[in-house]
Design a protein. Structure first.
Length: 156
């Protein structure tokens, strides 16, 4: 039966659940992506249509299964969540504060959308369930349904 398993690689992550609980551990990304070389990126993986994902807490010997709807934020190293765009491709960047029930996060969103959809509102209304908030060397992958209020910060 092992030949039916999808090869995965562990990646350290912090999960903030909707109720405010934080869990540190590992997610497991498929080692092959369908639209680029290399392993699937955390944002691609979270935006798959599946409802549940395996997560291995640091203090556990076995993985648990988390409901994606209960994940408010999944934080990973920015190095492990790079996009496909070449460095010379200009992408609109906006500095924002995202307010959720238990936390406010500040950082930069990159609006990789069609030319006529470059507002933060357009990004929030896109079909993906999660969006990336860049915060230095970390990426907060935020489930948009948990965002209560967004404030754009001038000077980004």
């Amino acid at each position: 039966m092992n030949e039916l398993r999808i090869p995965v690689m562990p990646l350290e992550a912090e999960v903030l659940l909707r109720d405010g609980e934080k869990i540190n551990g590992c997610i497991f990304l498929p080692t092959a992506a369908s639209n680029h070389t290399g392993s699937m990126r955390p944002m691609e993986w979270l935006n798959l249509s599946t409802e549940f994902l395996p997560f291995l807490p640091n203090d556990a010997s076995a993985a648990v299964i988390l409901n994606k709807h209960q994940i408010a934020v999944l934080t990973v190293s920015a190095e492990n969540d790079k996009g496909d765009l070449p460095d010379e491709t200009p992408v609109p960047l906006r500095r924002v504060a995202l307010e959720m029930k238990n936390i406010t996060l500040e950082g930069v969103v990159s609006i990789e959308m069609p030319e006529n959809k470059v507002r933060v509102l357009d990004l929030l209304n896109s079909t993906e369930k999660f969006m990336t908030l860049q915060d230095g060397d970390r990426h907060h992958l935020v489930r948009k349904e948990h965002v209560v209020r967004v404030r754009e910060i001038e000077g980004a």
